[in-house]
Structure formats: structure tokens, C-alpha cells
Ligand binder design. Sequence first.
Ligand SMILES: [Zn+2]
Length: 215
Amino acid sequence: MLVGHLGAGLAAKAVAPRLGLGTLIAAALLLDIVFWLLVILHVEGAVVPGDFATRHMLAFSFPWSHSLLGALFWSAGAAFVWTWSGGEGKYFAFAPAVIAATVFSHWVLDVLVHPPEMPLWGPGAPSVGLGLEQPAALIVEFAVAAAGLGYFLLRTQISMPRRVAIAGLVLLAALVSAAAAFSTVPPGDILTLAGTSLLAMFVIVTIAALAGRET
Ligand SMILES: [Zn+2]
């Protein structure tokens, strides 16, 4: 899932306008950022399952980045780091809570689409996942993205070119999500996929940070 997480970040920006959009998009993507970094470190991984051509999904092993306990840890950690680094937490108390909720929204959205492969607390723990099939998973993801973008556009004060840039970014991410949702060609090297995924998320966060500025 990609564009659904962007929707969550945009909704968070509408709720807490004084937080940076780049920060909130990064928060919404944090579990995947952690996952791909751990893939590079050979701590977590993903393999092409036998039913890839029909389910269009890799089989993931991600007990640290995507377990329930892990997600709670990263949520609290992100809120703590944000507050500790002196962010705007001085000015309003609920910002760290919004950061934590945005990070945790990733786990909730992922549970909808992943098969029962998301552990509750770590390696070997019972796993959960509703495993929505395509196109249902994509429809849910698009609905979340559209709701998040709509809510954001309703509340934001940014100029029209900036609105268009952010809507364009969401549209592009939607196309990437759709392409992935129906891909029958499994990705090649997992480390290459990790690199391109991290690069793509870096670009998305940077564009969101720049376009989301209110001045
Ligand atoms: Zn994820």
C-alpha cells in the first residue's frame, strides 16, 4: 500500500495544520521506511510467493517493523523523537499524539490488505491480516486516499499551485499503487526493490514538505 498511507498523512495535516506535511507523510510511511532499511540490513525480508500472479503481493517477514508491538514502538518513538528534537511541540500538546496516531495508522491500513502475516509482537507471534483481495484492497486504499486528500484540501490555506502539486503527487502515487496491485511480474532483486522504494518515499516526502508549506 502506498497512496492509502499518503491519504492518512494528508488527513493528519488537516487535523494538525501546524505540523509539516513532509513530517506527517514520513510518519504515515515510517513502518515501510523501517522495513526497507531492515531488508537492506538482512533483518527483515520479502519473497515472491507461488500465488504472486493472482494475489500480486510479496510474502513478507517483518516482525520488527510491522508487528503490532513494533508499530506501537515506532509510533511512540516517532512522537518522542519529534518532541525531543524541539519541533512545534512546545506550542501545542496534541502534536506528538497526532504524529503517533499517523505512524500507527500505517499498521491499521496494512492489516486490511495483508494476509495474516503481521505478527502481534515479534518473531513467531500469532499473526493477523484481513487479506482483502484485489480489486477490493485497491478500492479501500483509493477511498482512504481520496478522503484524506479531500479533507486536506478543504482545510488547507495553501495556494492553488501548491494544491495542484499535492493532488498530482497523490494521483501519481495512486497510479503506482494500481500498477503494483495488478502486477503479474514479480520484482527481481529484493535489495534493488528496497533501494527504489526508499528513494521513492524520499522523493514523496520531499515534494510533500516543499509543496505543503503555507508561505
Ligand atoms: Zn507497510
